[in-house]
Ligand binder design. Structure first.
Ligand SMILES: Cc1cc2nc3c(=O)[nH]c(=O)nc-3n(C[C@H](O)[C@H](O)[C@H](O)COP(=O)(O)OP(=O)(O)OC[C@H]3O[C@@H](n4cnc5c(N)ncnc54)[C@H](O)[C@@H]3O)c2cc1C
Length: 451
């Protein structure tokens, strides 16, 4: 029986058994993780044992937004593709994200039009079409949490912002709002700053994951790497040998695509790939469960060009809501203890929203890491990334770098396949002796589940 892809508790993270190095979410600076090294001879080898062979056109490893979006695109194009997930769909980053589909305005705040701002500018429109069932992927059924994202500034930063928002870089993508157009949370006499409405929108990511996975349920399997391993075949391609009580089989594919987020580093190492390398950027998000009636989706801008705090609101499943706090607070907070960070967050809320009483709120923090292709100086990558792995014939490693850019990532991967003449071949259903994974439970439900 496939699982009900609703709120199923997150299973034990089997990646912990699989990783060869520990991640350190407390470190503030980005980390290079699991620099690919030659694989040990017992992890990549050809197999003398006869096994049943099963051929997929493409095997995707990792079922976050990147893998699920890619699966949809490949199946629409006629590829016989499958996806292997080792934990729960959307674990790690996707379900822990703030769900913003953004047009990159926050990256233009420095006044420069960067690669990031150009690549991302069209994305809200692209996703809106998908939500209406008129895009490349049908997202009707995915829950929209907010049509807009707001950017608000304290009185001291207002004049710099007004000049910037009047500039060419943001034309048509930002509207100043006031009075009754303000988000309800800010419609109080105490509020003195300026508010801008961005074209960005906010999605409920668990419903996005469910919507992407549901039509392709028969192609999504849970893999336990304790009973599976990569094997290099005589033709130089990697295949996956799966041994469990039910069967011993060899899964061959024209291409294996790694979309495992943080898991890409260890997977590349297992494969003996010489490139690409991965970096991680640690964050510590803050969660506030409270009884204030208003949801809010916005960045508060302080003196820096990155938002001081970014707030999104999520349903806790018991009638209460959680404000999920990111931005600089979470970046700087990565090196703080949970208690220290909570104290900082409480202070921020008192300064920014003094009229909101959070006296009986519950607080928690979530250390989480962004996984990205390694950049010079550990810079923030501004585009989706996919490339053939060095020293491997049929492996692509990919990171979207942002939820918003998952569609761009899928297009890049389709291009890589097409350029290598990897076209749809087999059409017979792929039946593996593996069960279906659950969908990850979002942190606001996991952390406050029993309260
Ligand atoms: C706190 C936070 C907030 C964010 N907010 C936003 C936002 O508002 N907007 C935005 O555009 N972006 C945002 N991002 C970035 C965005 O979430 C990520 O870029 C995106 O979700 C990455 O998707 P992914 O599929 O590559 O990785 P993940 O979502 O991490 O998925 C990887 C999947 O692979 C699985 N896996 C791992 N190892 C293995 C293995 N060995 N075998 C099989 N499966 C494996 C994992 O279990 C997981 O399901 C945010 C990120 C964070 C951390």
């Amino acid at each position: 029986m496939p699982p009900d892809w609703g709120s199923i508790p997150r299973p034990v993270d089997s990646r912990k058994r699989f990783c060869t190095k520990r991640y350190n979410p407390r470190k503030c600076s980005p980390q290079e993780v699991d620099t690919p090294m030659p694989a040990s001879p017992d992890t990549v080898h050809s197999d003398a044992q006869p096994r049943e062979k099963i051929a997929a056109d493409i095997t995707i490893i990792g079922g976050g937004i990147a893998g699920l979006w890619l699966l949809q695109r490949l199946c629409t194009l006629g590829y016989n593709a499958i996806l292997l997930e080792n934990t729960a769909l959307g674990s790690d980053q996707s379900v822990a994200s703030q769900g913003m589909i953004h047009g990159g305005i926050k990256y233009t705040l420095s006044g420069l039009l960067t690669g990031a701002s150009q690549a991302i500018a069209d994305m809200p429109d692209y996703w809106r079409k998908c939500l209406q069932g008129e895009g490349e992927v049908d997202l009707r059924g995915c829950k929209l949490l907010s049509e807009h994202f707001y950017l608000w500034s304290s009185a001291s930063t207002t004049s710099r912002l007004s000049t910037f928002f009047a500039s060419k870089a943001t034309r048509g993508r930002v509207d100043k709002v006031s009075g009754k157009q303000l988000p309800t949370l800010l419609q109080v006499p105490e509020f003195k700053g300026s508010v801008y409405k961005l074209v960005d929108m906010v999605l409920d990511v668990p419903s996005l994951v469910r919507q992407l996975a549901a039509p392709l349920q028969s192609r999504i399997f849970q893999i336990d790497w304790q009973s599976a391993q990569f094997q290099r075949q005589p033709d130089g391609n990697h295949a996956i040998a799966i041994d469990n009580d039910a069967q011993n089989l060899l899964l061959t594919s024209s291409a294996i695509v790694l979309t495992a987020g943080l898991g890409n580093g260890p997977l590349l190492q297992q494969l003996g790939a010489s490139s690409p390398a991965m970096q991680t950027r640690p964050l510590q998000q803050v969660l506030v469960k409270h009884r204030h009636p208003h949801g809010f989706y916005g960045h508060c801008l302080g003196g820096e060009t990155t938002p001081r705090v970014t707030i999104s609101s999520h349903d806790c499943g018991d009638g209460s809501q959680v404000w999920y706090l990111g931005g600089s607070l979470a970046e700087k907070g990565a090196s703080q203890s949970s208690a220290e960070l909570i104290r900082c967050a409480q202070q921020e809320m008192r300064e920014l929203l003094p009229w909101v009483d959070l006296g009986d709120a519950q607080w928690a923090t979530l250390p989480v890491e962004r996984a990205e292709p390694r950049q010079g100086n550990f810079a923030r990558p501004d585009q989706a990334f996919a490339a053939w792995a060095g020293n491997c014939k049929n492996v692509i490693a990919a990171w979207p770098t942002k939820l918003t850019l998952a569609p761009n990532l899928a297009s890049q991967i389709v291009d890589l396949l097409t350029k290598k003449d990897i076209v749809p071949q087999s059409s017979s259903p792929i039946i593996l002796p593996l069960k279906a994974p659950a969908i990850a439970v979002p942190p606001w439900q996991r952390l406050f589940g029993d309260s």
